[in-house]
Design a protein around this ligand. Structure first.
Ligand SMILES: C[S@@+](CC[C@H](N)C(=O)[O-])C[C@H]1O[C@@H](n2cnc3c(N)ncnc32)[C@H](O)[C@@H]1O
Length: 258
C-alpha cells in the first residue's frame, strides 16, 4: 500500500533527526577544512549575481551550505523538515554575527511569497523528495526574476556493480580497521518505493527538471576540485574507495519581459 505523503515526510524527518548527531562528521557533509570552505565560496561567488542577496537553503540540514552564503555576506534562510537538524544548524550559528535564520517546513512547497529570493540553493536533497519536479517548479516560484537555482546532487548508491563493489570494500575495511559495521542511514522500503530517485539523481535528470520548470542557461558544473580537497582529509580506507559523484546544476530564472 502506498504510504501517504504527510506520513512519509514525518518518517523522512525522523531518519534525519537520528542522523543529525553525527551528520557533520562525514566528509562531504561537514566541511572539514578552510581550503574546502574557500573552494565552495569561490565557486558560489562565481555563480551569483552582484549585491547582497536573499538566499534560501532548502533542506539545509545542519546549515553547512547556508553558512557559506552567510559568510559571503548574504541574508540566508534555511528550511528543513527535521527539527534536530535545524537545532544543530542553530547551535552552529548562535553567537555568531551571521545573517542567517532557520525554520521548519517542506522543501517541496516552501512557505514563502512568490519572488522572495535571489538564490535558491540545495545540496543532497533532491534525491530524497517524492516530487522533485514539483519542488523545482516551486523553487522557481519563490525566486525573483533574474534569480538563480543551484542544486548539488548526484547518483550515490546502488545500481552499478562498480559502485556496489566500492561500498562493499569500504564496509569491509571499516569492519577490519575499526571493528564496527558502518551503520548506513537507510530509508525503509515503504519510503524508497515512493521516491523516484532513491539512489541519487543523475545530473541529466536534474537538468531535465530545470528545463521542464523553465530555467534558462542551465549548466552542469564540475565539482572535481572540491572532491579532490575532500579526499585529502579522508582516511586511507575511505580514500581508496572514494569516487566523486556530486554535480552542481545551475539555472537562471530569466525575466519574462523582452
Ligand atoms: C542529506 S541531508 C542534506 C543536508 C544539507 N543540505 C547538506 O548539504 O549538508 C538531507 C536533508 O534534507 C532534509 N529533508 C528531506 N526531505 C525534506 C523536505 N521535504 N523538506 C525539507 N527538508 C527535507 C532532511 O531533513 C535533511 O536535513
Amino acid at each position: 500500500m502506498a504510504i501517504q505523503d504527510d506520513q512519509m515526510k514525518l518518517d523522512i524527518a525522523h531518519v534525519w533527526d537520528i542522523s543529525s548527531e553525527t551528520y557533520d562528521d562525514k566528509e562531504g557533509h561537514g566541511i572539514h577544512s578552510e581550503i574546502e570552505r574557500e573552494a565552495w565560496k569561490n565557486l558560489f561567488r562565481s555563480l551569483l549575481p552582484p549585491g547582497r542577496l536573499e538566499v534560501l537553503d532548502v533542506g539545509c540540514g545542519t546549515g553547512e551550505v547556508g553558512l557559506l552564503f552567510a559568510e559571503l555576506g548574504h541574508h540566508v534562510t534555511g528550511l528543513d523538515l527535521s527539527e534536530k537538524m535545524l537545532a544543530k544548524a542553530r547551535e552552529k550559528t548562535s553567537g555568531k554575527k551571521y545573517d542567517i535564520t532557520f525554520r521548519a517546513g517542506d522543501a517541496e512547497d516552501p512557505p514563502f511569497e512568490t519572488g522572495t529570493f535571489d538564490v535558491v540553493v540545495t545540496r543532497h536533497l533532491l534525491w530524497t523528495l517524492p516530487h522533485p519536479d514539483t519542488a523545482v517548479r516551486n523553487w522557481k516560484k519563490v525566486l525573483r526574476e533574474g534569480g538563480v537555482l543551484i542544486v548539488i546532487d548526484g547518483l550515490y548508491n546502488g545500481g552499478l556493480i562498480e559502485r556496489k563493489t566500492r561500498q562493499f570494500i569500504s564496509d569491509f575495511l571499516t569492519l577490519l580497521v575499526e571493528r564496527r559495521y558502518p551503520g548506513r542511514r537507510q530509508y525503509p522500503d515503504e519510503i524508497k518505493n515512493e521516491l523516484p530517485n532513491p539512489n541519487g539523481v543523475p545530473p541529466k535528470k536534474t537538468i531535465e527538471y530545470f528545463r521542464k520548470a523553465g530555467f534558462k542557461n542551465v549548466k552542469d558544473l564540475d565539482l572535481r576540485e572540491i572532491a579532490r580537497i575532500q579526499k585529502e582529509k579522508m582516511s586511507f580506507r575511505k580514500r581508496i574507495v572514494f569516487k566523486p559523484q556530486s554535480h552542481l546544476i545551475y539555472g537562471d530564472k530569466v525575466s519574462k519581459k523582452p
